[in-house]
Ligand binder design. Structure first.
Ligand code: HEC
Ligand code: HEC
Ligand code: HEC
Ligand code: HEC
Ligand code: HEC
Length: 270
Protein backbone atom coordinates (compact mmCIF):
# COMPACT_ATOMS: atom_id res chain seq x y z
CA UNK A 1 0.00 0.00 0.00
CA UNK A 2 2.66 2.55 1.08
CA UNK A 3 4.69 1.57 -2.01
CA UNK A 4 1.79 2.54 -4.22
CA UNK A 5 1.65 5.92 -2.44
CA UNK A 6 5.39 6.48 -2.95
CA UNK A 7 5.21 5.49 -6.61
CA UNK A 8 2.22 7.76 -7.20
CA UNK A 9 4.15 10.57 -5.54
CA UNK A 10 7.21 9.97 -7.76
CA UNK A 11 5.01 9.76 -10.83
CA UNK A 12 3.34 13.04 -9.89
CA UNK A 13 6.78 14.66 -9.55
CA UNK A 14 7.80 13.28 -12.94
CA UNK A 15 4.65 14.59 -14.63
CA UNK A 16 5.21 17.88 -12.86
CA UNK A 17 8.65 18.07 -14.47
CA UNK A 18 7.49 17.23 -17.99
CA UNK A 19 8.60 19.70 -20.70
CA UNK A 20 5.52 21.93 -20.41
CA UNK A 21 6.50 23.07 -16.90
CA UNK A 22 10.31 23.20 -17.08
CA UNK A 23 11.03 26.89 -16.53
CA UNK A 24 13.77 27.43 -19.12
CA UNK A 25 11.64 25.95 -21.91
CA UNK A 26 8.53 27.99 -21.22
CA UNK A 27 9.48 30.89 -23.54
CA UNK A 28 7.55 29.95 -26.71
CA UNK A 29 5.63 26.90 -27.90
CA UNK A 30 8.32 26.39 -30.57
CA UNK A 31 11.01 25.98 -27.90
CA UNK A 32 8.77 23.89 -25.66
CA UNK A 33 7.78 21.37 -28.30
CA UNK A 34 11.09 21.19 -30.19
CA UNK A 35 12.94 20.87 -26.88
CA UNK A 36 11.26 17.50 -26.44
CA UNK A 37 11.96 16.26 -30.00
CA UNK A 38 14.82 13.84 -30.76
CA UNK A 39 17.56 14.38 -33.38
CA UNK A 40 17.63 17.31 -35.79
CA UNK A 41 14.22 18.58 -34.61
CA UNK A 42 15.46 19.13 -31.03
CA UNK A 43 19.13 19.97 -31.73
CA UNK A 44 18.51 23.60 -32.79
CA UNK A 45 17.43 24.56 -29.24
CA UNK A 46 20.79 24.06 -27.49
CA UNK A 47 22.71 25.45 -30.47
CA UNK A 48 20.52 28.55 -30.71
CA UNK A 49 20.96 29.27 -26.97
CA UNK A 50 24.70 29.88 -27.55
CA UNK A 51 24.06 32.21 -30.50
CA UNK A 52 24.31 35.95 -31.06
CA UNK A 53 20.64 35.77 -32.07
CA UNK A 54 19.48 34.38 -28.71
CA UNK A 55 21.54 37.12 -27.02
CA UNK A 56 19.68 39.73 -29.07
CA UNK A 57 16.22 38.27 -28.55
CA UNK A 58 15.87 36.77 -32.05
CA UNK A 59 14.00 33.50 -31.54
CA UNK A 60 12.83 30.56 -33.71
CA UNK A 61 9.73 32.33 -35.02
CA UNK A 62 11.65 35.51 -35.93
CA UNK A 63 13.55 33.46 -38.52
CA UNK A 64 11.08 30.68 -39.36
CA UNK A 65 7.81 32.58 -38.87
CA UNK A 66 4.75 30.93 -37.32
CA UNK A 67 2.75 31.63 -34.16
CA UNK A 68 4.95 31.23 -31.04
CA UNK A 69 1.94 31.33 -28.67
CA UNK A 70 -0.28 28.56 -30.01
CA UNK A 71 0.66 24.85 -29.93
CA UNK A 72 -1.94 23.77 -32.46
CA UNK A 73 -1.41 26.34 -35.21
CA UNK A 74 2.27 27.25 -34.54
CA UNK A 75 3.50 25.90 -37.88
CA UNK A 76 0.53 26.81 -40.09
CA UNK A 77 1.46 28.70 -43.28
CA UNK A 78 -1.51 30.97 -42.49
CA UNK A 79 0.43 32.04 -39.37
CA UNK A 80 3.35 33.05 -41.58
CA UNK A 81 5.33 29.83 -41.01
CA UNK A 82 8.14 29.60 -43.59
CA UNK A 83 9.68 26.23 -42.69
CA UNK A 84 13.37 25.61 -43.33
CA UNK A 85 14.75 27.42 -46.42
CA UNK A 86 16.41 25.57 -49.33
CA UNK A 87 20.10 26.20 -50.03
CA UNK A 88 19.55 28.98 -52.57
CA UNK A 89 16.75 30.64 -50.56
CA UNK A 90 18.94 31.22 -47.50
CA UNK A 91 20.34 34.65 -48.54
CA UNK A 92 16.83 36.10 -48.91
CA UNK A 93 15.78 34.37 -45.65
CA UNK A 94 18.61 36.03 -43.66
CA UNK A 95 18.55 39.17 -45.83
CA UNK A 96 15.12 40.19 -44.47
CA UNK A 97 17.05 41.57 -41.49
CA UNK A 98 20.64 41.87 -42.77
CA UNK A 99 19.76 44.06 -45.74
CA UNK A 100 23.12 45.72 -46.42
CA UNK A 101 25.11 42.50 -46.10
CA UNK A 102 22.67 40.64 -48.35
CA UNK A 103 22.95 43.35 -51.05
CA UNK A 104 26.76 43.17 -51.04
CA UNK A 105 26.53 39.38 -51.11
CA UNK A 106 24.07 39.24 -54.04
CA UNK A 107 26.25 41.49 -56.18
CA UNK A 108 29.35 39.31 -55.61
CA UNK A 109 30.63 36.04 -57.05
CA UNK A 110 29.09 33.87 -54.29
CA UNK A 111 25.63 35.37 -54.77
CA UNK A 112 25.90 35.19 -58.55
CA UNK A 113 27.07 31.55 -58.46
CA UNK A 114 24.58 30.32 -55.87
CA UNK A 115 22.88 27.88 -58.26
CA UNK A 116 26.28 26.35 -59.11
CA UNK A 117 27.70 25.93 -55.59
CA UNK A 118 28.45 29.51 -54.49
CA UNK A 119 28.81 29.71 -50.71
CA UNK A 120 25.79 31.17 -48.90
CA UNK A 121 25.28 32.57 -45.38
CA UNK A 122 24.88 29.24 -43.56
CA UNK A 123 28.00 27.71 -45.17
CA UNK A 124 30.18 30.33 -43.43
CA UNK A 125 28.12 31.33 -40.36
CA UNK A 126 26.22 28.12 -39.53
CA UNK A 127 22.45 28.21 -38.98
CA UNK A 128 21.54 27.96 -35.27
CA UNK A 129 24.81 28.52 -33.40
CA UNK A 130 25.74 31.77 -35.22
CA UNK A 131 28.46 33.73 -33.38
CA UNK A 132 29.78 37.27 -33.71
CA UNK A 133 31.98 36.92 -36.80
CA UNK A 134 35.43 38.30 -37.53
CA UNK A 135 38.16 38.03 -40.11
CA UNK A 136 39.34 34.74 -38.58
CA UNK A 137 36.49 33.13 -40.56
CA UNK A 138 38.59 33.75 -43.65
CA UNK A 139 41.07 30.90 -43.33
CA UNK A 140 42.51 28.22 -45.56
CA UNK A 141 40.34 25.45 -44.14
CA UNK A 142 37.05 27.33 -44.68
CA UNK A 143 37.90 28.92 -48.00
CA UNK A 144 39.60 26.14 -49.90
CA UNK A 145 36.67 23.72 -49.83
CA UNK A 146 35.41 24.87 -53.22
CA UNK A 147 38.36 26.74 -54.80
CA UNK A 148 41.95 27.76 -54.09
CA UNK A 149 42.79 30.03 -51.14
CA UNK A 150 44.81 32.57 -53.21
CA UNK A 151 42.12 35.20 -53.78
CA UNK A 152 40.77 34.77 -50.25
CA UNK A 153 44.25 35.48 -48.84
CA UNK A 154 44.51 38.76 -50.79
CA UNK A 155 41.10 39.86 -49.54
CA UNK A 156 42.03 39.00 -45.98
CA UNK A 157 45.20 41.09 -46.19
CA UNK A 158 43.33 44.27 -47.23
CA UNK A 159 40.68 43.74 -44.58
CA UNK A 160 43.04 43.05 -41.67
CA UNK A 161 44.94 46.28 -42.32
CA UNK A 162 41.74 48.35 -42.30
CA UNK A 163 40.30 46.46 -39.33
CA UNK A 164 43.39 47.35 -37.25
CA UNK A 165 43.06 51.01 -38.22
CA UNK A 166 39.34 51.17 -37.37
CA UNK A 167 39.97 49.52 -33.99
CA UNK A 168 42.84 51.91 -33.15
CA UNK A 169 40.78 55.04 -33.95
CA UNK A 170 37.87 53.59 -31.95
CA UNK A 171 40.16 53.30 -28.90
CA UNK A 172 41.48 56.84 -29.42
CA UNK A 173 37.95 58.26 -29.46
CA UNK A 174 37.11 56.32 -26.31
CA UNK A 175 40.17 57.86 -24.62
CA UNK A 176 39.27 61.42 -25.71
CA UNK A 177 35.70 60.86 -24.51
CA UNK A 178 37.01 59.91 -21.06
CA UNK A 179 39.08 63.12 -21.05
CA UNK A 180 35.84 65.05 -21.56
CA UNK A 181 36.05 65.93 -25.28
CA UNK A 182 32.90 65.97 -27.44
CA UNK A 183 33.54 63.09 -29.85
CA UNK A 184 29.93 62.23 -30.83
CA UNK A 185 30.30 63.37 -34.40
CA UNK A 186 33.56 61.51 -34.97
CA UNK A 187 32.11 58.41 -33.30
CA UNK A 188 29.08 58.63 -35.60
CA UNK A 189 31.28 58.82 -38.69
CA UNK A 190 33.43 55.95 -37.47
CA UNK A 191 30.32 53.87 -36.76
CA UNK A 192 29.07 54.38 -40.32
CA UNK A 193 32.45 53.58 -41.81
CA UNK A 194 32.70 50.51 -39.62
CA UNK A 195 29.34 49.27 -40.92
CA UNK A 196 30.34 49.93 -44.53
CA UNK A 197 33.62 48.16 -43.93
CA UNK A 198 32.18 44.97 -42.43
CA UNK A 199 29.92 44.54 -45.44
CA UNK A 200 32.71 44.82 -48.04
CA UNK A 201 33.83 41.22 -47.60
CA UNK A 202 30.53 39.78 -48.84
CA UNK A 203 31.19 41.01 -52.39
CA UNK A 204 34.29 38.68 -52.47
CA UNK A 205 35.97 40.67 -55.25
CA UNK A 206 39.69 41.32 -54.78
CA UNK A 207 39.75 44.58 -56.79
CA UNK A 208 36.57 45.94 -55.25
CA UNK A 209 37.72 45.05 -51.73
CA UNK A 210 40.93 46.98 -52.40
CA UNK A 211 39.07 50.04 -53.69
CA UNK A 212 36.41 50.02 -51.01
CA UNK A 213 38.82 49.43 -48.10
CA UNK A 214 40.95 52.29 -49.48
CA UNK A 215 37.89 54.56 -49.37
CA UNK A 216 37.14 53.51 -45.77
CA UNK A 217 40.80 54.04 -44.82
CA UNK A 218 40.69 57.56 -46.27
CA UNK A 219 37.60 58.47 -44.20
CA UNK A 220 38.96 56.87 -41.02
CA UNK A 221 42.29 58.62 -41.73
CA UNK A 222 40.48 61.98 -41.49
CA UNK A 223 39.18 61.09 -38.02
CA UNK A 224 42.66 59.96 -37.08
CA UNK A 225 44.02 63.40 -38.09
CA UNK A 226 41.39 65.15 -35.98
CA UNK A 227 42.42 62.97 -33.04
CA UNK A 228 46.06 63.94 -33.60
CA UNK A 229 45.08 67.65 -33.61
CA UNK A 230 43.20 67.29 -30.33
CA UNK A 231 46.12 65.38 -28.83
CA UNK A 232 48.42 68.24 -29.86
CA UNK A 233 46.21 70.85 -28.12
CA UNK A 234 46.04 68.59 -25.07
CA UNK A 235 49.85 68.52 -25.11
CA UNK A 236 49.98 72.34 -25.33
CA UNK A 237 47.39 72.74 -22.59
CA UNK A 238 49.46 70.47 -20.38
CA UNK A 239 52.54 72.57 -21.14
CA UNK A 240 50.77 75.86 -20.33
CA UNK A 241 49.26 74.19 -17.29
CA UNK A 242 52.71 73.38 -15.91
CA UNK A 243 53.99 76.89 -16.71
CA UNK A 244 51.08 78.46 -14.80
CA UNK A 245 51.60 76.14 -11.84
CA UNK A 246 55.32 76.97 -11.91
CA UNK A 247 54.54 80.71 -11.81
CA UNK A 248 52.19 80.22 -8.86
CA UNK A 249 54.84 78.29 -6.94
CA UNK A 250 57.41 80.97 -7.71
CA UNK A 251 55.04 83.72 -6.57
CA UNK A 252 54.41 81.78 -3.34
CA UNK A 253 58.11 81.44 -2.63
CA UNK A 254 58.77 85.13 -3.29
CA UNK A 255 55.86 86.07 -1.02
CA UNK A 256 57.26 83.90 1.80
CA UNK A 257 60.73 85.37 1.41
CA UNK A 258 59.44 88.93 1.40
CA UNK A 259 57.30 88.27 4.47
CA UNK A 260 60.20 86.64 6.30
CA UNK A 261 62.48 89.56 5.47
CA UNK A 262 59.82 91.98 6.66
CA UNK A 263 59.27 90.07 9.92
CA UNK A 264 62.99 89.95 10.58
CA UNK A 265 63.27 93.67 9.93
CA UNK A 266 60.40 94.27 12.40
CA UNK A 267 62.12 92.07 15.04
CA UNK A 268 65.41 93.88 14.51
CA UNK A 269 63.69 97.29 14.66
CA UNK A 270 61.71 96.37 17.88
C1 HEC B 1 3.59 20.59 -30.97
C2 HEC B 1 4.97 20.50 -31.36
C3 HEC B 1 5.57 21.58 -32.24
C4 HEC B 1 5.42 22.94 -32.12
C5 HEC B 1 4.56 23.73 -31.14
C6 HEC B 1 6.30 23.52 -33.14
N1 HEC B 1 6.92 22.53 -33.86
FE1 HEC B 1 8.15 22.79 -35.44
N2 HEC B 1 8.13 20.80 -35.82
C7 HEC B 1 7.52 19.84 -35.03
C8 HEC B 1 7.64 18.53 -35.68
C9 HEC B 1 7.13 17.20 -35.12
C10 HEC B 1 8.33 18.76 -36.91
C11 HEC B 1 8.68 17.72 -37.99
C12 HEC B 1 7.47 17.35 -38.81
C13 HEC B 1 6.96 18.50 -39.60
O1 HEC B 1 7.73 19.10 -40.39
O2 HEC B 1 5.78 18.83 -39.45
C14 HEC B 1 8.63 20.19 -36.95
C15 HEC B 1 9.32 20.81 -37.98
C16 HEC B 1 9.79 22.12 -37.92
C17 HEC B 1 10.71 22.73 -38.85
C18 HEC B 1 11.34 22.05 -40.06
C19 HEC B 1 10.39 22.16 -41.20
C20 HEC B 1 11.06 21.80 -42.51
O3 HEC B 1 10.67 22.42 -43.50
O4 HEC B 1 11.95 20.95 -42.53
C21 HEC B 1 10.92 24.01 -38.45
C22 HEC B 1 11.81 25.04 -39.11
C23 HEC B 1 10.11 24.22 -37.27
N3 HEC B 1 9.44 23.07 -36.97
C24 HEC B 1 10.03 25.42 -36.58
C25 HEC B 1 9.04 25.68 -35.63
C26 HEC B 1 8.72 27.00 -35.13
C27 HEC B 1 9.40 28.29 -35.55
C28 HEC B 1 7.71 26.87 -34.21
C29 HEC B 1 6.98 27.95 -33.43
C30 HEC B 1 6.36 29.02 -34.20
C31 HEC B 1 7.42 25.44 -34.14
N4 HEC B 1 8.24 24.76 -35.01
C32 HEC B 1 6.47 24.89 -33.31
C33 HEC B 1 6.91 20.08 -33.83
C34 HEC B 1 6.50 21.33 -33.35
C1 HEC C 1 18.97 33.00 -37.49
C2 HEC C 1 17.80 32.32 -38.05
C3 HEC C 1 17.32 31.07 -37.39
C4 HEC C 1 16.88 30.93 -36.09
C5 HEC C 1 16.83 31.98 -34.99
C6 HEC C 1 16.43 29.57 -35.98
N1 HEC C 1 16.62 28.89 -37.15
FE1 HEC C 1 16.08 26.99 -37.57
N2 HEC C 1 16.96 27.07 -39.38
C7 HEC C 1 17.49 28.22 -39.94
C8 HEC C 1 17.98 27.91 -41.28
C9 HEC C 1 18.66 28.88 -42.22
C10 HEC C 1 17.69 26.55 -41.51
C11 HEC C 1 17.98 25.75 -42.79
C12 HEC C 1 19.02 24.71 -42.52
C13 HEC C 1 20.32 24.94 -43.20
O1 HEC C 1 20.34 25.38 -44.35
O2 HEC C 1 21.33 24.66 -42.56
C14 HEC C 1 17.03 26.05 -40.30
C15 HEC C 1 16.57 24.76 -40.14
C16 HEC C 1 15.79 24.33 -39.08
C17 HEC C 1 15.18 23.02 -38.95
C18 HEC C 1 15.27 21.87 -39.96
C19 HEC C 1 16.27 20.83 -39.51
C20 HEC C 1 17.66 21.28 -39.75
O3 HEC C 1 18.43 21.41 -38.77
O4 HEC C 1 18.02 21.50 -40.92
C21 HEC C 1 14.51 22.98 -37.75
C22 HEC C 1 13.73 21.83 -37.16
C23 HEC C 1 14.70 24.29 -37.13
N3 HEC C 1 15.47 25.07 -37.96
C24 HEC C 1 14.15 24.63 -35.92
C25 HEC C 1 14.46 25.80 -35.24
C26 HEC C 1 14.08 26.07 -33.87
C27 HEC C 1 13.25 25.16 -33.00
C28 HEC C 1 14.58 27.30 -33.56
C29 HEC C 1 14.53 28.02 -32.22
C30 HEC C 1 15.32 27.41 -31.15
C31 HEC C 1 15.27 27.80 -34.74
N4 HEC C 1 15.19 26.87 -35.74
C32 HEC C 1 15.87 29.05 -34.81
C33 HEC C 1 17.57 29.46 -39.36
C34 HEC C 1 17.18 29.77 -38.05
C1 HEC D 1 14.45 38.51 -37.74
C2 HEC D 1 15.67 39.19 -38.06
C3 HEC D 1 16.92 38.36 -38.30
C4 HEC D 1 17.07 37.30 -39.16
C5 HEC D 1 16.01 36.65 -40.06
C6 HEC D 1 18.46 36.92 -39.09
N1 HEC D 1 19.14 37.74 -38.23
FE1 HEC D 1 21.12 37.76 -37.84
N2 HEC D 1 20.88 39.17 -36.43
C7 HEC D 1 19.69 39.81 -36.15
C8 HEC D 1 19.89 40.75 -35.05
C9 HEC D 1 18.84 41.66 -34.43
C10 HEC D 1 21.26 40.62 -34.67
C11 HEC D 1 21.97 41.35 -33.53
C12 HEC D 1 22.24 42.76 -33.90
C13 HEC D 1 23.36 42.84 -34.89
O1 HEC D 1 24.49 42.54 -34.51
O2 HEC D 1 23.07 43.17 -36.06
C14 HEC D 1 21.84 39.64 -35.58
C15 HEC D 1 23.18 39.30 -35.57
C16 HEC D 1 23.77 38.48 -36.54
C17 HEC D 1 25.19 38.27 -36.68
C18 HEC D 1 26.27 38.88 -35.80
C19 HEC D 1 26.56 40.29 -36.26
C20 HEC D 1 27.58 40.98 -35.40
O3 HEC D 1 28.19 41.92 -35.89
O4 HEC D 1 27.78 40.57 -34.24
C21 HEC D 1 25.38 37.41 -37.74
C22 HEC D 1 26.69 36.88 -38.27
C23 HEC D 1 24.06 37.09 -38.25
N3 HEC D 1 23.12 37.76 -37.51
C24 HEC D 1 23.84 36.24 -39.31
C25 HEC D 1 22.57 35.81 -39.72
C26 HEC D 1 22.33 34.74 -40.66
C27 HEC D 1 23.40 33.93 -41.35
C28 HEC D 1 20.97 34.63 -40.78
C29 HEC D 1 20.21 33.61 -41.57
C30 HEC D 1 20.48 32.20 -41.28
C31 HEC D 1 20.37 35.64 -39.92
N4 HEC D 1 21.38 36.32 -39.28
C32 HEC D 1 19.01 35.89 -39.82
C33 HEC D 1 18.49 39.63 -36.79
C34 HEC D 1 18.23 38.63 -37.72
C1 HEC E 1 32.19 33.01 -47.71
C2 HEC E 1 31.80 33.16 -46.31
C3 HEC E 1 30.62 34.05 -45.97
C4 HEC E 1 29.38 34.05 -46.55
C5 HEC E 1 28.88 33.23 -47.73
C6 HEC E 1 28.59 35.01 -45.79
N1 HEC E 1 29.35 35.57 -44.80
FE1 HEC E 1 28.75 36.97 -43.46
N2 HEC E 1 30.66 37.20 -42.82
C7 HEC E 1 31.74 36.44 -43.25
C8 HEC E 1 32.96 37.00 -42.70
C9 HEC E 1 34.37 36.51 -42.93
C10 HEC E 1 32.56 38.11 -41.90
C11 HEC E 1 33.46 39.06 -41.11
C12 HEC E 1 33.77 40.22 -42.04
C13 HEC E 1 34.34 41.41 -41.34
O1 HEC E 1 34.59 41.36 -40.14
O2 HEC E 1 34.53 42.43 -42.04
C14 HEC E 1 31.11 38.19 -41.99
C15 HEC E 1 30.33 39.14 -41.33
C16 HEC E 1 28.93 39.11 -41.30
C17 HEC E 1 28.09 39.95 -40.47
C18 HEC E 1 28.57 40.99 -39.50
C19 HEC E 1 28.67 42.32 -40.17
C20 HEC E 1 29.13 43.40 -39.23
O3 HEC E 1 28.60 44.51 -39.34
O4 HEC E 1 30.01 43.15 -38.37
C21 HEC E 1 26.79 39.62 -40.75
C22 HEC E 1 25.54 40.21 -40.12
C23 HEC E 1 26.82 38.59 -41.76
N3 HEC E 1 28.14 38.31 -42.08
C24 HEC E 1 25.71 38.02 -42.32
C25 HEC E 1 25.74 37.26 -43.49
C26 HEC E 1 24.56 36.95 -44.29
C27 HEC E 1 23.15 37.38 -43.98
C28 HEC E 1 25.00 36.21 -45.34
C29 HEC E 1 24.20 35.70 -46.53
C30 HEC E 1 23.48 36.72 -47.33
C31 HEC E 1 26.45 36.04 -45.21
N4 HEC E 1 26.84 36.70 -44.07
C32 HEC E 1 27.27 35.31 -46.05
C33 HEC E 1 31.68 35.34 -44.07
C34 HEC E 1 30.61 35.01 -44.89
C1 HEC F 1 30.52 26.22 -50.88
C2 HEC F 1 31.63 26.50 -51.74
C3 HEC F 1 32.46 27.76 -51.44
C4 HEC F 1 33.08 28.11 -50.26
C5 HEC F 1 33.08 27.35 -48.93
C6 HEC F 1 33.75 29.34 -50.52
N1 HEC F 1 33.56 29.75 -51.81
FE1 HEC F 1 34.34 31.38 -52.75
N2 HEC F 1 33.46 30.85 -54.50
C7 HEC F 1 32.63 29.77 -54.67
C8 HEC F 1 32.18 29.73 -56.06
C9 HEC F 1 31.30 28.66 -56.70
C10 HEC F 1 32.75 30.86 -56.70
C11 HEC F 1 32.57 31.28 -58.17
C12 HEC F 1 33.52 30.52 -59.06
C13 HEC F 1 34.92 30.96 -58.84
O1 HEC F 1 35.23 32.13 -59.10
O2 HEC F 1 35.74 30.14 -58.40
C14 HEC F 1 33.56 31.52 -55.69
C15 HEC F 1 34.33 32.68 -55.92
C16 HEC F 1 35.11 33.29 -54.97
C17 HEC F 1 35.98 34.43 -55.23
C18 HEC F 1 36.27 35.06 -56.58
C19 HEC F 1 35.51 36.31 -56.83
C20 HEC F 1 35.89 36.91 -58.17
O3 HEC F 1 34.99 37.45 -58.80
O4 HEC F 1 37.06 36.85 -58.54
C21 HEC F 1 36.53 34.80 -54.04
C22 HEC F 1 37.49 35.95 -53.79
C23 HEC F 1 36.04 33.88 -53.04
N3 HEC F 1 35.19 32.97 -53.63
C24 HEC F 1 36.37 33.94 -51.70
C25 HEC F 1 35.98 33.01 -50.75
C26 HEC F 1 36.35 33.09 -49.34
C27 HEC F 1 37.17 34.21 -48.72
C28 HEC F 1 35.84 31.99 -48.74
C29 HEC F 1 35.95 31.59 -47.28
C30 HEC F 1 35.48 32.55 -46.28
C31 HEC F 1 35.13 31.21 -49.76
N4 HEC F 1 35.24 31.90 -50.96
C32 HEC F 1 34.48 30.03 -49.55
C33 HEC F 1 32.32 28.82 -53.75
C34 HEC F 1 32.77 28.80 -52.42
Amino acid sequence: MSRVVIWSFLLACFVGLSPTSVAFAADTVCIECHGGQPGPLGAPIAEWRTSVHAQNGISCHDCHGGDPTDFASAMEPEQGFLGAPDYSDVPAFCGRCHVGVAEAYQSGAHGQAIESGGAQCVVCHGNHAIQKPGLELINEENCSQCHSYDRAALIRLSLVETDTMVAKVGEDLERLYRLGFAVDEMQGTLFNQRNLFHRIFHGVDVERVRQETAAVQAEVGKISNEVAEIDATVGQRKLWGSVVIGLFVLAGVIFMLVRKAYEEEEKGGG
